[in-house]
Design a protein around this ligand. Sequence first.
Ligand SMILES: *Cc1c(COP(=O)(O)O)cnc(C)c1O
Length: 423
Amino acid sequence: MEMENLFAEAQNIIPGGVNSPVRAFRSVGGSPRFIREAAGATVIDAEGRTYIDYVASWGPMILGHSHPEVVAAIREAAGKGTSYGAPTEGEIAMARRIVAAFPAVEMVRMVSSGTEATMTAIRLARGITGREKIIKFTGCYHGHADSLLVKAGSGVATLGIPGSPGVPRRLAELTLSLPYNDADAVRDAVGRFGDDLACIIVEPVAGNMGVVPPQQGFLETLREVTRASGSLLIFDEVITGFRVAYGGWQTLTGIAPDLTCLGKIIGGGLPVGALGGRREVMEHLAPTGPVYQAGTLSGNPLAMAAGIATLDVLKRQSYGQIDRLVQELCTGYGELFTRRGIPHRINRVGSMFTLFFTAGEVTDFVSASRSDTELFARFFQGMLSQGIYLAPAQFEAGFVSFAHTARDIDRTLAACAKALAAL
Ligand SMILES: *Cc1c(COP(=O)(O)O)cnc(C)c1O
């Protein structure tokens, strides 16, 4: 069926035609591509057109699509039943891998989404400290739980809404959103109400206002002030965990958060999330502790099988190889933009990157917002029409997988040259 017809039909029975707002092409115009299938670095739409994929299902598909070992693991697991509501050995195997990879994690609780992981982390921090206030950073996205939908990134930023109707004002008032990379603002806020502070939650490398790396000393300050005020530091590594390194940002920097949230890659493309931390922190969760959290499908055998297979393949990969490929891509993009005289900033951390259409440095949400989103939309459409599938919004990260090749990068840059010529 034609894309426009599919979209029209979907809009009749699904709000906006999509099951997650970021997919809706609202800020770039046109119909979202309905995807029929995918393999390696390629996705194929319902009309049979192929695209080089830089969305990677918004992060999970670091091995590329339909990786044979992951598919085989899911097939085998599915033949043995899809859910039991009882513990399985797969959950131990998954927890072992996470604990081995993440320096700050001694115990793990599996959930079914990143949203559940961050929501549980906040509840745990409040339960342990007996305090209610939390600090987050403007433009960071931590899923759609009430407390965290305040000045959030990703689709919330794209749609330009500061918060969300339906979040009780009295709950939102407990969330303070500060500028990313502003250590002074954090010190100031903690100085004023540190006694009421349950936790600080942060994307250690921001991905949901586009990619924004932490500046020297920012995360160190968060570690220091949370320790001093008796609050918890939560690293939301739902994107960065197993993306920037096997073991996430904390392995690269040695900064140990009290709680770590994971998702995306650890499910190999199936719905998953996880929360980890030190034993004495994690044992506050039910049934060992009083902080309640549960899930009918938590630790689902298919998700565990897909996740374990993904991590085992990843363990054999060289992150340096993928990083070099992305560097080549970003250097190429930069040269083409410069040649055309288009103001731009390319932020890259490992295999995650964002092209911003602004001349200034992008260090927080305000500077990210200076990007010319109208120009981005035209660039996006130019790339899409040539078979390059970018995230359909400015305030998102692009992802490269281990399935991308030098040839994919060359084709992408050739498409970029043409797209820019047509702007
Ligand atoms: C995607 C994301 C989440 C939410 O995960 P879901 O599985 O979509 O609920 C949380 N935090 C970060 C940093 C994310 O990128």
